[in-house]
Design a protein around this ligand. Sequence first.
Ligand SMILES: C[S@@+](CC[C@H](N)C(=O)[O-])C[C@H]1O[C@@H](n2cnc3c(N)ncnc32)[C@H](O)[C@@H]1O
Length: 407
Amino acid sequence: MTLRVLYTGIRRHLRVYMGFTAVPVRYYEIIPKAYRPYRKTGERNYGSRLGKQNVGYVEPVRERILSLAKTIPFTDKHSVFSIADYGAADGSTAMAIFRELLATLKDHHGPDTQFQVTYEDLEMNDFNSLFKRMSGIIPDPPSYLLEMDNVYVLASGTNFYKQCVPSNSIHFMMSMTSVHWLSRTPTTFKYSIYKDAQSSAEETTALNTQAELDWETFLLSRSTELKRGGLLVVGVPAECQDRTTGENRYTLYSFVGLLNEIWKEYSESGKISRDEFVNTNMSTYWRTMKEVRKPFDERRSPVSRSGLTLLSSETAVIPDVFYNDWKEKKDKEGIDDREEFARMYTSAHRNWGNSTFMNGLSNSRSLEETEQVVDALYSEVKKRIVKMHPEIFKDDLKFIYIVIRKE
Ligand SMILES: C[S@@+](CC[C@H](N)C(=O)[O-])C[C@H]1O[C@@H](n2cnc3c(N)ncnc32)[C@H](O)[C@@H]1O
């Protein structure tokens, strides 16, 4: 019996035997599965792998966050100062900045001030690791809760393309490396897993249109939730033009290119079907500065009219930590450990990409078979990275940072 049939039965039973009147019930028609954490939850996979890279993404705006946070109006010291992280994953990458932010605000408003920190992410997110981390069961990175009083942590398993917390309730909010995940897959690319030179105008337009709509929806939802004078800081994975080649390159261009190349070979050799290839699409979009700024530059846009004002926008290139580790070992110990570079790189970035490939494969395959195909893909990715020179393979991780105030 499917869950749906079971629920319908229960509802009918309640109506007949308990005299309830029919109440409209809303279901998830399609359970969202574009981004699912890879591996078992509760086992700190994100933080110990991809988190190593992502923890540095906040660095370019760290100082700005700490100084601007003190300007957020908070006059009633008996009320609660509210902080939220959108697309928080397992809380590992925000731990250090939130510790500093809380310490700064406690210093500024007094040690008795109460704080509420809300970690928002999708319903399938690894909240289990988040809470284990907050309580210290997972000790790394150390939890600020273990050394601070009057800080209360909550989680919101929702969807940041909707309102997630009550209106006018948050003082400071942040979202790092998350808004490139779209609310839905707007198109299927015939010849690739993400737009590339072979994509048709229709495919590219569908992607751009969805990305523009989602960006506006994200900002309007946050605008409703922000208090007046509150701040929103977003780190947006970006696409920029290469100064020397003129080519448009986005964050993780080499890695996505390699995934695409091998998946295409799988389709050509019959390991996966042509339909499976076409159905594998990354529901992501790397934005340009112009696209990020558009809702703010247009003074009559719904976002501008909602009271959001751009305080700053800047681009930064973040070092590739796996490349740096490889280089340090080579320079200091004379060991050219490309095997380790490939292993770290692949296991980190499998965290965000695994579900894309699982979703693309046909439902007629068993779960075991599906997992075997995706395991083989990532194992091949690793093998090919070993054969490449890290100097050539490594990616510049391009980001756009925007700081916004609600007027
Ligand atoms: C690459 S992780 C970034 C996590 C963390 N902010 C960081 O910087 O390391 C992207 C996160 O965005 C979340 N995400 C994607 N789409 C989302 C949505 N519509 N609503 C909420 N979270 C979403 C994913 O579940 C994932 O945890």
